[in-house]
Design a protein around this ligand. Structure first.
Ligand SMILES: NC(=O)c1ccc[n+]([C@@H]2O[C@H](COP(=O)([O-])OP(=O)(O)OC[C@H]3O[C@@H](n4cnc5c(N)ncnc54)[C@H](OP(=O)(O)O)[C@@H]3O)[C@@H](O)[C@H]2O)c1
Length: 313
């Protein structure tokens, strides 16, 4: 029997790349990988082609290209990249195109990589954090959550992801070294736990969801690997890097937003949301289910063992 095609948006990135790896690492699994990229000539796309993926060009800003790329697919993995443009409105438009093209394709199973709409956690007159881009608390969460509505009526699984531990090497979220040689990082997380995961494992979970057939169609699956306080993360990171200690400075969310780096206000709101609504965020994510669907996923210690050399501070 012919393998069922899974069309993967973001195939050259973290989430989609993990899904492509999972499909390609399971050649007898009954699925084939269609890797979608704007640029099939880039190294990561060529590497996927060499490993047996069908590489197809499409752009999530161009719905006609998506319709063509989704044709004949059994499954479709949909992800948007907020951090390429920082615009909630644009992210919603991209999600709308993805849903529209998925609907036209008649695919049996769609996974939408989403996050919660944090506006549901706070009343509109709550002043604890500023509104950003006029309408949003945490734009890259809220836009994805609002976009869930575009996928209504499709055979969809809503995959609610978590903070990538990979931010430690990819996004500059790292401790700083003081002139006295000590290490500290300032994060507005108090003693609350951050829901974290290795980015590569999100795609492994997604593959497990596709393999489960219709079991998770119409369902929301929230995933994380571990829920850790910044102090716990500090201790583990210090051990992995072979340094005596890392201190967590519990700054206010206002102070963090004022740090001024690109996206500081957005990250400040996000951290504050993780802190103030720890129970809601943690309650929505299930590490045991993530492990079961993926077969195995990295703990934070295992992640550090694998990536410690990339984490520089
Ligand atoms: N960082 C975190 O802690 C975290 C946690 C949870 C969720 N997220 C969410 O994850 C999303 C990003 O996913 P990721 O980390 O897997 O991304 P990534 O590693 O940065 O890669 C981005 C991928 O998106 C594709 N892409 C971007 N714009 C595209 C377009 N216009 N048309 C077609 N493909 C496009 C790129 O493909 P080509 O360049 O090859 O075309 C690339 O494969 C963000 O929206 C973010 O909010 C992040």
């Amino acid at each position: 029997m012919a393998s069922k095609i899974i069309a993967v948006i973001g195939a050259t990135g973290a989430q989609g790349g993990g899904l492509c790896d999972a499909i390609l690492n399971d050649p007898n699994g009954g699925f084939a990988c269609r890797a979608i990229t704007r640029d099939p000539s880039k190294d990561r796309a060529r590497a996927l082609a060499q490993r047996g993926a069908e590489v197809v060009r499409a752009d999530i800003d161009d719905v006609a290209s998506l319709r063509a790329a989704f044709a004949g697919a059994h499954g479709i993995y949909c992800v948007t990249n907020f951090w390429e443009h920082f615009s909630a409105e644009k992210e919603k438009q991209q999600a709308k195109y993805l849903a529209e093209a998925a609907r036209a394709s008649g695919a049996a199973h769609v996974i939408w990589s989403t996050l919660e709409d944090t506006r549901a956690l706070m009343s509109p007159d709550d002043t604890r954090m500023p509104m950003l881009q006029t309408h949003y608390r945490v734009p890259h969460f809220d836009a994805k959550g609002e976009a869930d509505g575009y996928f209504a009526g499709l055979p969809v699984t809503f995959l609610v992801t978590s903070f990538y531990w990979d931010n430690l090497y990819a996004s500059g979220v790292v401790p700083q070294k003081s002139p006295d040689g000590s290490y500290a990082w300032a994060l507005p997380m108090s003693d609350k736990r951050l829901a974290g995961i290795a980015a590569e494992d999100i795609g492994k979970v997604a593959y497990g969801i596709f393999k489960a057939g219709t079991k998770y169609v119409g369902k929301t699956v929230g995933i994380a690997s571990e829920f850790l306080t910044i102090s716990q993360m500090s201790d583990k990171l210090a051990r992995a890097k072979g340094i005596p200690a890392i201190t967590h400075q519990d700054v206010s969310a206002d102070a963090y937003r004022a740090f001024g780096f690109p996206g500081a206000d957005e990250m400040g709101n996000m951290m504050q949301m993780y802190r103030d609504f720890e129970a809601e965020v943690v309650g929505r994510r299930d590490p045991a289910l993530a492990r079961q669907l993926a077969g195995s996923i990295l703990t934070f210690d295992q992640f550090l063992e694998k990536y410690k050399d990339r984490i520089q501070f």
